[in-house]
Design a protein around this ligand. Structure first.
Ligand code: PAF
Length: 309
């Protein structure tokens, strides 16, 4: 359904938490969603949480589908979290469309949405943060200092507020997924974290809420990310390679695209995100951060070298 054509209809959903004939519950307060979660638990229903920052696309819907498969009830949170944005203009420009989001979630048959305002989430006097001390400071953490601290803090708060049994995150944000897995393990959170494979447009571009902000020319140029990843995956499947060589090949491919400015290329152990020395013998993840105009896109691919097959 085109996003615009459903605008008026959605507004009705948005204005009430439960509209007659519609089963999508939209909670604005922590108290309401916690009550819903506790009631579900009392009935023996497992809760799957899909945390999002809204402006939903098919990538988010694939998380919802996985959550529906693995849990009895699905809550989707929509909250553009200010503490994970370094640059205030990036936060301001982050695309939002609550009405279209709610329509998509209703169509996807989620049970409940948690869409709080900032004041509901962050106390003005708040002084507690959650941070993974190593994983949050490498790679994307260097490019966007403080980003993962903001992510782990909000995700912890969402876990406490929504009390899920399972939580679903896209593999596209691979470092984020590893940060959250580490945090859940370190803090003994009784929640199963499920990573969901990246959804791609027909031309290979990883789906992202940021894509709509690309100019037409940059949108076309951005396909270089997936092309470079697929290329090294192919090479790695056929030849013995070091991460240094793979890194060089990715950089060469991306550098041929004049609109792309490389911010980071990292090839790491797929599980620990540690450095891989010598010939690659284990599954590795290649993670890219590339700037197109004023938009930074990320992408990733996990692949297994020939030698490990
Ligand atoms: O991946 C995102 O959209 C955000 O980082 C998350 C996990 C919803 C936290 O704000």
């Amino acid at each position: 359904m085109p996003r615009q054509s459903i605008f008026h209809w959605q507004f009705n959903i948005c204005s009430k938490s439960k509209v007659r004939g519609l089963s999508l519950k939209v909670f604005k307060t922590k108290k309401e969603v916690l009550k819903y979660s506790r009631k579900s638990a009392a009935k023996g229903k497992s809760i799957g949480l899909v945390p999002t920052m809204g402006f939903l696309h098919d990538g988010h819907i694939s998380l919802v589908k996985m959550a529906k498969k693995k849990s009895d009830r699905v809550i989707v949170s929509i909250f553009v979290n200010p503490t994970q944005f370094g640059d205030p203009s990036d936060l301001e420009k982050y695309p939002r469309n609550m009405e279209a989001d709610l329509a998509m979630l209703k169509a996807a048959k989620v049970n409940a949405v948690f869409a709080p305002e900032i004041d509901e989430v962050y106390d003005k006097e708040a002084q507690t943060i959650v941070e993974t001390t190593k994983l949050s400071r490498i790679m994307m953490g260097k490019i966007r200092p403080g980003h993962f601290r903001g992510v782990s803090t909000i995700v912890t708060k969402l876990f406490n507020i929504c009390q899920p049994d399972l939580a679903f995150f896209g593999e596209k944000d691979y470092q984020q997924l590893q940060v959250i897995k580490r945090m859940v393990k370190d803090l003994d959170m009784p929640i199963k974290i499920v990573g969901v494979p990246t959804m791609r447009e027909k031309d290979g571009l990883a789906m992202s809420s940021r894509n709509v902000r690309l100019t037409k020319a940059n949108r076309k140029a951005a396909t270089v990310l997936s092309r470079s990843l697929f290329e090294v995956e192919k090479i790695c499947a056929n030849q013995n390679m070091t991460t240094t060589k793979l890194d060089k090949i990715i950089r060469q491919i991306i550098s041929k695209e004049p609109k792309a400015e490389i911010k980071g290329v990292d090839i790491k152990d797929a599980e620990s995100l540690g450095t891989v020395k010598g010939i690659v013998k284990q599954p590795v993840v290649a993670m890219l951060a590339v700037q197109f105009g004023d938009i930074m896109l990320i992408d990733q691919r996990v692949f297994t070298p020939k030698i490990a097959l």
